[in-house]
Design a protein around this ligand. Sequence first.
Ligand SMILES: [Fe+2]
Length: 279
Amino acid sequence: MQQQTMTKVTGLRADSDFFRFEERDELDYQLVLDVLHGRRLGVIFRSVIPQAARKELTDRFWRSPALRHREGEPSHYVGAYHWNKSTATYLDETAEVIEDVKAVIDVPGSPWATFREGMAQALAQEGASLRLAEMNGRSACPALIRAWDQPGQFSLDPHEDSAQCQDPRQVGFEIQNVIQHSICAVNMCVEHTAGGRLVVWNIRPDDEARRALGIELTGIPYPPESLAEFDEIRLDIREGDIYAFNGAFVHAVDANTGNRSTVSYIMGFTGADTVVSWT
Ligand SMILES: [Fe+2]
């Protein structure tokens, strides 16, 4: 009989006061600031995207000439992502697609624009500002619009968003400074059929855990059995919801049927008074 050795995921577990989602029926940017400052795990705002905006954005996404299919971490998407590539490649890909991204998100009642303005105002009250991450005068992508479509237990495998920010091919890109602060993943659900809950485990893996799994620079996948010992949250996501959470904790999207389309980006402090976003 073959004995399989299971890699133990080492790292930081949060206390129960931290490890929970705050839930509201209207946008409250102070709660997102709490995530950015590392004071809470996450927050979800229910049904805050206007119905017409959801529909228009979804239509534009599926009709976009820039719609692509991503292998490996399967999804349909419009936009560019920095994961597992050089900064130059990411910024080149962003430049190619940015007008298509804007064409999708710039709908009347755009949740991207509403949330962005609200965050910028809340940050301004504490003397901080929000902008796209940049390097050598070139900007990160404002958003990635995507629909995960992997069949099975998870439509997006367990992973975290921190490992990808220490890729040596991206040294000098300011997003690498966010690792010292909190990584805040922002998702806006514009289309949803069934399933596709957000799953978050109470473990923030360290480098040793990533090395043992051979995912030091990608942060994906964490085998589900290696996460069984940790507390988890399974959060229903519905059309119209906006949620933000600390992406350094292992998270996934569980099985979903039909389309589950979101507008997303990641943001974080690079210093005392600057928050940058990227995809
Ligand atoms: Fe993620």
